[in-house]
Design a protein around this ligand. Structure first.
Ligand code: ATR
Length: 280
């Protein structure tokens, strides 16, 4: 019998996940279908119970349900618990178990593009929101040595550090301090929304001190090249946008459901094609 997977969110109409996962099911000859479910906040508990009752085999979770879903699941993996957000649910013995593949998806994509593991590098994360938390805690879980955080609001960066369950050496910086010390970093990870449409010419900090041998990864993928990436490239640094992270978080979810890791290049290409010429 065909298995049913999906993604829940609000809004959900523009999700790229169905195209990515349905292509992978087809390519790998897996008899399954992935559907976008538009679920409003007030219907979340009923939706989860309903999906379990009708036998949905697994699903992704997106905005605004990533945190609210946690108490509705039978179990939440410790890393997702620490991150405080679930993006992937698997069904095992009729129990729903929540995971977070965003951080690992990001790190796999970064390691690949960087050409080697970044764990022993001096890393700077810009931002201290949900995406920064997933990346910082997963870096911590994987044994990263030195990860500093620069954020507009000091209190949010300090909470991020204090609540991290893994031992990581971390200095907290104001954005202006990070600008001054930028030459210290091998890897710079941009996690804020600055640079997305409509503010496509905005940057979270100035890059005057970036090293030409540094690597800058911006988790934004629309536009495909942010102002920050452009500037870093002009200064000789290598750059990457967020497409790889998006493709990999999906690929890792797929692997959790089926035991097979689909081709992340193919997934990335599908998202790129769906974005088409649209760059803002
Ligand atoms: P997400 O879950 O996508 O990471 P978020 O939790 O709202 O989003 O976090 C947004 C991040 O972008 C935060 O680090 C935020 O800084 P503050 O903690 O100071 O709010 C950062 N951010 C958003 N707009 C910003 C701006 N105009 N200038 C500087 N930082 C900004």
């Amino acid at each position: 019998m065909k298995k049913l997977y999906g993604v829940i969110g609000d809004p959900i109409g523009h999700s790229m996940s169905p195209a990515m996962h349905n292509d992978a099911f087809e390519t790998l000859g897996i008899n399954a279908y992935y559907h976008p479910f538009h679920i409003k906040r007030e219907d979340l508990a009923a939706a989860v119970a309903g999906m379990k009752a009708i036998g949905v085999s697994g699903f992704n979770v997106t905005v605004p349900h990533k945190t609210a879903i946690m108490p509705l699941l039978d179990e939440v993996d410790p890393l997702a618990q620490a991150i405080g957000a679930v993006n992937t649910v698997i069904r095992s013995d009729n129990r729903y178990i929540g995971y977070n593949t965003d951080g690992e998806g990001f790190i796999r994509g970064l390691n690949e593009e960087y050409g080697k593991s970044v764990l022993d590098k001096h890393i700077l994360i810009i931002g201290a929101g949900g995406a920064a938390r997933a990346i910082y805690y997963t870096l911590g879980q994987q044994g990263a040595k030195r990860v500093d955080i620069a954020n507009r609001t000091a209190e949010k960066a300090s909470q991020l550090k204090e609540r991290c369950p893994y031992a990581v050496e971390t200095e907290l910086l104001a954005l202006i301090e990070a600008e001054e010390k930028l030459g210290d970093y091998d890897i710079i990870i941009q996690t804020t929304s600055i640079g997305m449409s409509p503010g496509v010419d905005k940057m979270p900090l100035r890059l005057a001190n970036i090293r030409p041998d540094a690597f800058l990864s911006d988790i934004i993928y629309n536009p495909a090249q942010t102002a920050l990436m452009k500037e870093a490239g002009l200064r000789g640094a290598r750059v990457q946008n967020g497409l790889r992270m998006f493709a990999y978080q999906g690929a890792l979810a797929f692997e959790k459901w089926t035991g097979v890791l689909p081709d992340p290049d193919r997934m990335e290409k599908i998202v790129q094609d769906k974005l088409g010429g649209k760059t803002c």
